[in-house]
Design a protein around this ligand. Structure first.
Ligand SMILES: [Ca+2]
Ligand SMILES: [Ca+2]
Ligand SMILES: [Ca+2]
Ligand SMILES: [Ca+2]
Length: 313
């Protein structure tokens, strides 16, 4: 069963989606193989954890978040990381807010590997790739200079049934960490890292059935990363405010427009508040929904990424 689609935005997190049985065929270096990833829990109906929560509609001083994770050219503006599943090539599209400025090819990924996150692991100010191999559960960091591959190092290998789904500095020691997810228990965990080296691990919150962890961003913004969640069947979104690995509170976000999925979050208009990135798999168009905490403020189309999938943000 081939589920690869050149424009499938689900590429990087499709193994999270319950009841989907995913066969990844790959061939490299004279070897071929197939891995089947399955998840046991069917999509649930909305579990009613929503409590409509009024959140502040303004904050005193808009301050752009420093160093957006996907700012590859370091101009302070988040960029798109694209992936071509047929050639395994990556590309960076440099953006000015929602507007395409220019593009550059990035490194080509080895068969079986995917980009699970973008963060500056060696703390040289330049974003790096966190790669994950779902069949071996091996992780790796690819150190980059903008779009150019510099070097690689293996990270820790995940325990069986866990996946690498996001990266970010949860414990605020300046070093990016791994966020892991177990589709059979819906549990998340944080693995604290020193560059590519495992330091320690803790459990994070257990997700509500039907929801996937789209990414991390500081929606409050209180300096602490939060979970951005999306229910693909209802298109509902939610933000779970965290203190490190500890759930503090949650707030419903806007319901995504029909035909679109929630692909990620970054502060595109640089007002200090993360915004949603939407993707329409049919038209391959992207859109930005500008957010104030969990509240939709306005929207704008982004570039169309025909033939590629959006790997980050
Ligand atoms: Ca940039
Ligand atoms: Ca780096
Ligand atoms: Ca926060
Ligand atoms: Ca913003």
């Amino acid at each position: 069963m081939a589920t690869h689609s050149s424009h499938s935005i689900w590429e990087k997190r499709k193994s999270q989606f319950a009841t989907w049985f995913i066969s990844l065929g790959f061939a490299c270096c004279g070897m071929t193989g197939t891995v089947t990833v399955s998840a046991a829990t069917p999509y649930g109906t909305p579990t009613g954890y929503y409590t409509p929560t009024p959140y502040p509609t303004s904050t005193p001083t808009p301050t752009p978040a420093a160093n957006p994770p996907t700012d590859f050219n370091r101009d302070g503006k988040p960029d798109y990381l694209l992936f071509n599943s047929s050639t395994r090539q990556t590309a960076i599209w440099y953006l000015n807010n929602n507007a395409f400025v220019s593009g550059a090819y990035g490194p080509t990924l080895p068969a079986g590997w995917m980009v699970a996150g973008v963060a500056d692991f060696n703390r040289d100010g330049k974003p790096d790739f966190a790669l994950f191999n779902p069949s071996t559960r091996q992780t790796a960091i690819w150190y980059l200079n903008n779009n150019v591959f510099v070097s690689a190092a293996f990270g820790p290998t995940l325990l069986p049934s866990w996946q690498l789904v996001a990266t970010g500095d949860l414990n605020r020691d300046g070093k990016p960490d791994f966020v892991l997810y177990n589709p059979s228990t819906l549990r998340t965990a944080i693995w604290y890292l020193n560059n590519n080296a495992y330091v320690s691990g803790v459990y994070g919150p257990t997700l509500s059935s039907g929801y996937v962890l789209v990414g991390l961003a500081d929606f409050d913004p209180d300096g602490k990363l939060d979970y951005l969640l999306f229910n693909p069947s209802t298109r509902q979104t939610a933000i779970w405010y965290l203190n490190n690995n500890v759930f503090i509170s949650q707030a419903p976000g806007p319901t995504i427009a029909s035909g679109y999925i929630l692909a990620g979050a970054a502060d595109f208009n640089r007002d200090g508040k993360p915004d949603y990135v939407l993707y329409n798999p049919t038209t391959q168009r992207t859109a930005i929904w500008y957010m104030n905490y969990n509240v939709l403020v306005s929207g704008a189309f982004g570039p169309t990424i025909a033939g590629w999938s959006l790997a980050a943000p």
